[in-house]
Design a protein around this ligand. Structure first.
Ligand SMILES: [Zn+2]
Length: 301
């Protein structure tokens, strides 16, 4: 079967782009290997909705041709980035700018997220569903998230437990005294060498609908729902970008990221996250159509 014979009858512009790219790269478009699709998205970059439309077109073409499209199992996607140009967990934590308003506030939330993804190995959906009751400190001062012991490093700077404790402190102050007090707490912050994770906790029993709220540029928390899966990826890409946070005050004991850029893995990861985005979009469309259906029913009675 040639690629021409397998071409779908109603070829969209999105499909044609992929088809042409495969031709040029001497790769088979139908059925396409997952690596081919991943490579296409890496080499032909586009904005979020365009990427989703392109992936939909590739899926549709396979469905119409009755051919399987073997894409990665997206529930296993961990959005942590590794390899050249990306910071490892310890440096991501160490270089976070904890001072200033509202940057220090965003950095505290983001470092909590960094621990969920980089230390606990959660998927974006796992991270979005972490609840207040999942985060606890035992009598010895050790921190746990869903029964996973969070490590405490010798130094305070890269300590994952300190990152968790710092964000719980913010949520506690927010719930008890409000935004103004959080602002004072963050703006007046001075880095210390002591472990903040050893201070006794006060976050148990506070109200927090989500532990990963959106934060606007004035430092208000959008705490009625967790940040979106796509925002989680964007935050990690931002916080792990070595070029953005070049300053490393204590480079002595760094093991350093891998020297070889792992393009294959990075592009597969992008594809996997794109699949998540697609599912989010499908779920959103379903919610909208259900709401429309309800509205239609309520007016018809
Ligand atoms: Zn600590």
């Amino acid at each position: 079967m040639t690629a021409t014979a397998a071409r779908p009858r109603h070829a969209s512009a999105e499909w044609s782009l992929f088809d042409d790219w495969c031709m040029a790269a001497d790769l088979q478009p139908l059925p396409a290997a997952a690596e081919t699709v991943a490579e296409f998205f890496r080499e032909v970059p586009a904005a979020g909705t365009t990427r989703i439309r392109r992936l939909q077109a590739i899926r549709r073409a396979h469905r119409e041709a009755g051919l399987p499209l073997a894409l990665p199992a997206h529930e296993q996607a961990i959005p942590w980035r590794s390899g050249k140009g990306w910071l490892e967990l310890d440096d991501t934590l160490r270089r976070a700018p904890l001072k200033g308003w509202p940057n220090g506030l965003a950095a505290r939330r983001d470092m909590f997220l960094v621990v969920l993804i980089g230390e606990c190995g959660y998927s974006r959906e796992d991270a979005r569903t972490v609840k207040l009751g999942d985060v606890r400190q035992d009598r010895t001062g050790a921190w746990y998230i869903r029964d996973r012991r969070i490590p405490c490093t010798p130094e305070a700077g890269p300590c994952p437990s300190c990152a968790v404790a710092r964000w719980m402190k913010v949520l506690e102050i927010w719930d008890s005294w409000g935004r103004y007090s959080v602002r004072e707490h963050v703006a007046g912050y001075r880095p210390v060498d002591d472990h903040e994770c050893l201070d006794p906790v006060g976050h148990e029993g506070i109200m927090a609908h989500t532990l990963l709220p959106g934060i606007d540029r004035h430092g208000w928390l959008a705490d009625w729902e967790p940040m979106s899966a796509r925002s989680i990826s964007a935050v990690l890409a931002y916080r792990q970008d070595e070029a953005r946070w070049p300053h490393d005050p204590q480079p002595a004991f760094r093991t350093g990221p891998a020297e070889r850029p792992d393009f294959q893995r990075t592009s597969m990861q992008d594809l996997t996250e794109l699949l998540d985005d697609l599912d989010d979009k499908a779920a959103e469309a379903l919610r909208r159509s259900e709401a429309a259906m309800k509205a239609a029913l309520s007016t018809s009675f």
